[in-house]
Design a protein around this ligand. Structure first.
Ligand SMILES: [Ca+2]
Ligand SMILES: [Ca+2]
Length: 112
């Protein structure tokens, strides 16, 4: 509220509504930052889960996944063709890394 003493404006305390608005904005920023952190954590965990699944299913440890190695794993089998970017019937670690970057927007965790 602005009052005058005849010649100069005297600035009084901020109106309550301005204070409430500032508090609401501050709370919204905190909540947004929290959601962003949660989303980042979720995506990072999803990427780590895919890498761990790749390593577990690569039974002959040749660094590639064939459809036979993936068969029975409902999650990866359903996404096999998406991850097998060049569609040669084999998922390489490079294809998995690229898929993770495209799908989750994060770099895959180094393994081995
Ligand atoms: Ca293999
Ligand atoms: Ca491939």
């Amino acid at each position: 509220m602005i009052q005058t003493n005849g010649t100069h404006a005297i600035r009084g305390p901020a109106p309550l509504i301005v204070i409430r608005f500032a508090i609401a904005v501050a709370c919204a920023l905190c909540v947004t930052a929290s959601f962003a952190t949660d989303a980042d954590d979720y995506l990072r965990r999803a990427a780590q889960r895919d890498v761990a699944m790749f390593d577990a299913l690569d039974r002959d440890k040749d660094g590639h996944l064939t459809i036979e190695e993936v068969r029975g794993n409902i999650d990866l089998e359903a996404r096999f063709n998406d991850i097998d970017i060049n569609r040669d019937g084999v998922i390489t670690r490079e294809e998995l890394t690229r898929y993770i970057a495209l799908r989750y927007g994060v770099a895959s965790a180094p393994t081995r």
